[in-house]
Design a protein around this ligand. Structure first.
Ligand code: CA
Length: 151
């Protein structure tokens, strides 16, 4: 027969077991969330472009954010070449396609967006207007994965 002392000892062990289980659940949720955050950090996480080129690794919102960064890197005076490379080099083909679509066709005139002059220009047109030499070659080699026909 269980004494009161034994019962309370059992309860104590049960409490430890429950505490451990709760801790494991908290840790599990923490790592799940951490994994989600890792996914969001699309700038620094390389993707295996060779095998997963057809499945986008970014959301539409992320594609719009990257497209906006590319636009900001090229609009107005000069060009932020490192920003263009940094924001696209780790994207696979399908993700690059999303970014291309999200960029749309802002009117390009004399190195910047113009509401009045210049034809609606896609991302590649902006690249060609803003980049030259090795920068253009490097950006083209990144975008070859997109299969969008820009050579
Ligand atoms: Ca510019």
């Amino acid at each position: 027969m269980l004494s009161v002392k034994k019962l309370s000892k059992l309860n104590y062990q049960n409490k430890i077991i429950i505490a451990v289980v709760v801790l494991l659940i908290v840790l599990f949720i923490y790592f799940l969330k951490k994994k989600d955050v890792d996914k969001i950090d699309f700038k620094t996480k390389p993707t295996d472009g060779s095998q997963k080129n057809s499945v986008s690794t970014i959301t539409d919102t992320q594609a719009r954010t990257i497209a906006r960064r590319l636009f900001d890197a090229m609009d107005r005076l000069g060009t932020d070449e490192p920003a263009i490379i940094r924001n696209t080099e780790n994207l696979n083909g399908a993700s690059l396609q999303k970014v291309y679509i999200a960029f749309k066709k802002p009117k390009y005139w004399a190195g910047e967006e113009s509401g009045l002059f210049g034809p609606p220009t896609d991302l590649f047109g902006w690249f060609e207007g803003e980049l030259g030499g090795k920068d253009l070659t490097d950006v083209k080699s990144i975008w070859r994965k997109s299969n969008l026909g820009w050579l």
